[in-house]
Design a protein around this ligand. Structure first.
Ligand SMILES: *Cc1c(COP(=O)(O)O)cnc(C)c1O
Length: 459
């Protein structure tokens, strides 16, 4: 008989934060008051918060100790130099400009590299990334493989670039209209899907022929590296840390939301190997964020980030982090729940189109599903569908993405596997009652990144 050997988290719990669960009636009221937008719920009214993995991770005792080492000098903080040294050592980029979070780095790099009329190909859009490209006068072009748009495709590297699509764009608009290719590790909007090293190498080869650079959105690079280690030939014996460095070495500049991989509650940076871009970036950061040795962060934040970066590339950390996400995903698969396959690295994505085949995209199926889930159990998830995709800036019409998803995003080191069991049971319950859902109508729509603040009413 085969003996079952379980795995467990590579840490023990030192401090706890009590949770509160409202009654179903109270949850119904809270959801209505929040305009059926989970971003507008109060955190205190949430039982298990899977809205995002952004800034929600639990810091280690070492990171908390690091906070006490904050050097809050306006200029030249010791923690900045520690962070700079860590970025060089762990990530391999030469120059560092800290920012308060990822989108600030996206703002700065877009301003520096994009001219009005440029095209920015990328392995699927990300909300803030694309917006900053557009604000700088660029146009985003999706060049990810078709499998990424198919929630049932089991391609192990759905973050891969379709080289033919990229070549076609270069032929159509000319290389001088393409300052860079935007490569994300992992691809958030595709369901947390990794890009393979082989594909990244091929993208590098193709773009170098035309003098096109690569800007790396390295928000979840360690998670991507873990998936390469698990699934790509030739990488099983390499460490996550080694793979992270190899990925980065194939790119020119990077933007980082340290609120994800790097295990801090706030922080980000822009990194580059180009001294000219660095010079411009550290000048612009003074305009938008703060002096180039703090970029909108306290010294203590930079210290926690430096320590978190090192913890994030440890094999046993990624094994438990991604392992927990896969644990939840496999529970749902066993129940026959429609989820994006393969299971991604930072969350499980429910396929709202298959939950609610009776709803059209104009009735916001994913928004509806996130609301139903909260009412059922106090679990907070996030819409990633037509609301997140916004409107076409030229026609004013909704963008209708193929993927209409609800993201159950798992914060790092925060919840136990028992919490995952509770979540899976609630999703199964909502799935059973799916035929009763009626959809929503939008009654308030903000101009930018509407998914954060839009309000809805039940149809
Ligand atoms: C979160 C995120 C960003 C933006 O970072 P913020 O820190 O939230 O500003 C950019 N790209 C990806 C892939 C992300 O997940």
């Amino acid at each position: 008989m085969m003996k079952k050997r379980s795995w467990a988290e590579p840490y023990k719990i030192k401090m706890v934060e009590p949770l509160r669960m409202l009654s179903r009636k109270e949850r119904e009221k809270a959801m209505e008051e929040a305009g059926y937008n989970t971003f507008l719920l109060r955190s205190e009214d949430v039982y298990i918060d899977l809205l995002t993995d952004s800034g929600t991770s639990a810091m280690s005792d070492r990171q908390w100790a690091g906070l006490m080492l904050g050097d809050e000098a306006y200029a030249g903080s010791r923690n900045f130099y520690h962070l700079e040294e860590t970025v060089r050592e762990v990530y391999g980029y030469k120059y560092l400009v800290p920012t308060h979070q990822g989108r600030a780095a996206e703002h700065i790099i877009s301003k520096i590299l994009i001219k009005p009329g440029d095209y920015i190909p990328g392995n699927m859009y990300f909300t803030t990334t694309k917006l900053h490209q557009e604000l700088a006068g660029g146009k985003f072009v999706d060049v990810i493989i078709d499998e990424a748009h198919d929630p049932e495709s089991e391609h192990p590297f759905k973050g891969n670039v379709d080289l033919d699509k990229l070549q076609r764009l270069i032929d159509e608009v000319g290389a001088d209209k393409i300052p860079y290719v935007a490569i994300a590790t992992t691809v958030n909007m595709a369901g947390g899907q990794p890009i393979s090293m082989a594909n990244l190498k091929a993208v590098r080869e193709l773009t170098q022929k035309y003098g096109i650079e690569i800007v790396h959105d390295m928000t979840r690079v360690a998670e991507n590296a873990y998936m390469i280690q698990q699934n790509e030939e030739g990488y099983a014996d390499k460490t996550v840390a080694e793979i992270v460095k190899e990925i980065n070495s194939l790119t020119d500049h990077a933007t980082m939301s340290a609120k994800k991989d790097a295990l801090v509650n706030i922080g980000g940076f822009l990194a580059t190997n180009d001294p000219d871009v660095f010079e411009q970036a550290r000048n612009l950061v003074v305009v938008y964020e703060g002096l180039h040795t703090y970029g909108g962060l306290a010294g203590r934040d930079m210290e926690a980030m430096a320590i978190g970066i090192k913890e994030s590339v440890m094999d046993e950390h990624q094994k438990a982090r991604v392992g927990q996400v896969h644990y939840l995903g496999n529970l749902l698969l066993k129940e026959g729940i429609p989820v994006v396959k393969p299971i991604g690295t930072h969350g499980v994505f429910l396929d709202a189109k298959r939950f609610y085949p009776h709803l059209t995209q104009d009735e916001f199926p994913a928004q509806t599903l996130a609301a139903e889930l909260y009412v059922d159990s106090g679990v907070r998830a996030m819409e990633r569908g037509v609301v997140s995709a916004g409107r076409n800036p030229e026609t004013g019409e909704h963008n209708y993405p193929k993927l209409e998803l609800v993201r159950l995003t798992i914060p790092r080191r925060v919840y136990t596997q028992a919490h995952m069991d509770v979540v899976a049971e609630s999703v199964a319950e909502v799935f059973q009652n799916a035929h009763k859902a009626r959809g929503l109508k939008m009654v308030f729509e903000p101009k930018y990144l509407r998914f954060f603040q839009a309000r809805f009413e039940k149809l």
